[in-house]
Design a protein around this ligand. Structure first.
Ligand SMILES: [Zn+2]
Ligand SMILES: [Zn+2]
Length: 433
C-alpha cells in the first residue's frame, strides 16, 4: 500500500498542472465539452473503454439544459481551445457525461466512482491575494469560475484512473469511473443514472473537496444530511394593456407572481422532517405604464427526506396554479433541477474509516459529517442501493480561501495526491471483496 501513496505523491506536479488548466477553462452545466473531451481522450490513452454522449446520458432525463445557441457557442469555444472534435460531436446537445470502464482479469466486484465536472456562474476575483489570479490560472471565460472545486474532482478522477490502469494486474472485478456534467443546480445525475450506467455497481464511491472537511489533511468518511431538492421555474402569462386608459382589459402576470411568492413561503412545515422553500428570482413586466403580461419566478424546495420534499413540490405547484387563477393568467411550470435524499451505508463507511486510520496518512479522520445541502450524487447512491449495492460519500479536507461559490474560492492542492492515493486504495479494497 505504501507504494500507492508514494506514487500518488510523485504525481503532485502533474495533478496541479491539470487542475490549473481546468481552472483556467471553466465550463458550466451541460457545456463541459472541453473538459469532457479531455477526460475521454485521457481515459482512452489509459486503455479504458470509453462511453459518452447518448451512451451514458439519457436525453429525456436531462434537466435545466441551456438553449441551442448557448450549447453551440460552448462547442465552438471548446474546439478553439483544443477539444478533440471526435468527442465533441458525440456530446452534441449537451450530453457531456463520460464513463471509463476497465474489466480486470481476476474476478471481483464492480466498483463505481463518480466525479463532477461543471463550473459555477461566478465572476472570478482579480485580487492579487487570489492565487489563480497571481499565478496566471484565473478563468479566461468571463462569468464562469470553478468556485466549488470540481476542477479538483476531475483531476483526482483522472489521477485514480491512471493509477488503477498502471496497476491493472493487481486489480479484480470491474472499474467504472464516471464523470458527470451539471452538478450545480442538481441537473446532471438523473440523466446519467437513467442510462443504467450504475445498475450493476456493487460499491460506489464519491465525495467533495472542502465543505465540512475544511482543514488540511483531514478526511470525512461518511456524509449525512443530503437534502432532497427540486428546482422550479414558473412562467406566468397574462395580457398587456394601457395602464391609464384600459387597465381592465389587461390580465396582470406580475401580481400573480407576487401573490405566488408570498403564498409559497407560507407552505406548512412537515412533521416528518425539515423543509425549505426559497423564491430566489421574480422578474416581471415590460414598462411603467403597461399592465404587465409576463412574469417568471425561480424557486427551490428542499426536504430532509424525499417524502417531505415531494410534499413541498406538490404544495408549491398548487399555490402557483391558484395564484395564476386568482389573477386570471396562465402559468407553465418547468422542473429544471432536482435530487432525492439518500441514506448512508454505515458498514461500508466503517471500512473506509478503518482503512483511512490504518494508512496513517491523515492528521484527522472523522467518521461522519453533515452536508445540510443538496448534491445530486444522491441519484447514483439511491440507484446503487436499490439494486443491492453500497455507497459512501466522503469529504477530502482542505483549508478554503473563501466559501464554496465565492469569487475568491480556492483550495489547497496538496489534497489532490492524497485523494488520488486513498481512492485507489479504496477501489482495490472493495473490488477484491
Ligand atoms: Zn457547488
Ligand atoms: Zn460542488
Amino acid at each position: 500500500m505504501e507504494k500507492i501513496w508514494q506514487e500518488a505523491a510523485a504525481m503532485q506536479e502533474e495533478l496541479v498542472s491539470r487542475r490549473r488548466d481546468l481552472h483556467k477553462h471553466p465550463e458550466s452545466a451541460w457545456t463541459e465539452f472541453r473538459t469532457a473531451s479531455m477526460v475521454a481522450s485521457t481515459l482512452e490513452e489509459l486503455g479504458y473503454e470509453v462511453l459518452c454522449g447518448s451512451e451514458v446520458v439519457q436525453a429525456e432525463a436531462m434537466m435545466g439544459v441551456p438553449d441551442e445557441e448557448v450549447l453551440a457557442k460552448a462547442m465552438q469555444r471548446a474546439l478553439a481551445e483544443g477539444a478533440d472534435p471526435r468527442w465533441v460531436e458525440k456530446m452534441r446537445g449537451g450530453k457531456t457525461g463520460v464513463v471509463g470502464i476497465m474489466k480486470f482479469a481476476r474476478p471481483g466486484k464492480v466498483v463505481g466512482m463518480r466525479f463532477d465536472m461543471d463550473s459555477n456562474e461566478v465572476d472570478e476575483t482579480n485580487e492579487a491575494t487570489h492565487r489563480p489570479a497571481s499565478e496566471g490560472f484565473r478563468s479566461v471565460h468571463a462569468g464562469l469560475m470553478h468556485a466549488c472545486g470540481h476542477d479538483g474532482h476531475v483531476t483526482v478522477g483522472l489521477g485514480v484512473a491512471g493509477m488503477l490502469a498502471r496497476h491493472k494486474d493487481e486489480m479484480c472485478g470491474v472499474l467504472k469511473i464516471i464523470f458527470q456534467p451539471g452538478e450545480e443546480g442538481v441537473r446532471g445525475a438523473r440523466a446519467m443514472v437513467a442510462s443504467g450506467i450504475v445498475d450493476d455497481v456493487d460499491y460506489f464511491l464519491s465525495g467533495h473537496i472542502g465543505f465540512n472537511a475544511n482543514r488540511d489533511n483531514m478526511l470525512a468518511c461518511m456524509t449525512d444530511g443530503f437534502l432532497a431538492t427540486t428546482k422550479l421555474d414558473a412562467h406566468f402569462k397574462g395580457k398587456s394593456s394601457h395602464a391609464g386608459a384600459a387597465p381592465e382589459e389587461g390580465r396582470n402576470a406580475l401580481l400573480a407572481a407576487a401573490a405566488a411568492s408570498i403564498a409559497l413561503h407560507s407552505i406548512s412545515r412537515h412533521g416528518k422532517g425539515v423543509s425549505r422553500i426559497n423564491v430566489g428570482v421574480l422578474d416581471a413586466g415590460t414598462g411603467r405604464n403597461v399592465l404587465p403580461d409576463r412574469a417568471v419566478i425561480k424557486l427551490e424546495t428542499r426536504g430532509g427526506n424525499t417524502e417531505v420534499n415531494e410534499f413541498m413540490v406538490s404544495e408549491a405547484k398548487r399555490m402557483l396554479k391558484a395564484s395564476a387563477d386568482l389573477y386570471n393568467v396562465e402559468v407553465a411550470i418547468d422542473e429544471v433541477g432536482g435530487a432525492p435524499s439518500c441514506s448512508l451505508d454505515e458498514e461500508m463507511g466503517r471500512e473506509v474509516y478503518d482503512l483511512a486510520t490504518a494508512s496513517g496518512k491523515f492528521a484527522e479522520v472523522v467518521p461522519k459529517v453533515n452536508l445540510g445541502a443538496s448534491e445530486d450524487c444522491s441519484y447514483f447512491m439511491e440507484r446503487v442501493q436499490q439494486q443491492g449495492g453500497k455507497a459512501v460519500y466522503m469529504m477530502f479536507g482542505s483549508v478554503l480561501k473563501a466559501g464554496h461559490h465565492n469569487s475568491a474560492f480556492d483550495f489547497n492542492e496538496d489534497c489532490l495526491p492524497k485523494s488520488v492515493a486513498f481512492l485507489t486504495v479504496l477501489a482495490r479494497h472493495f473490488a477484491a471483496k
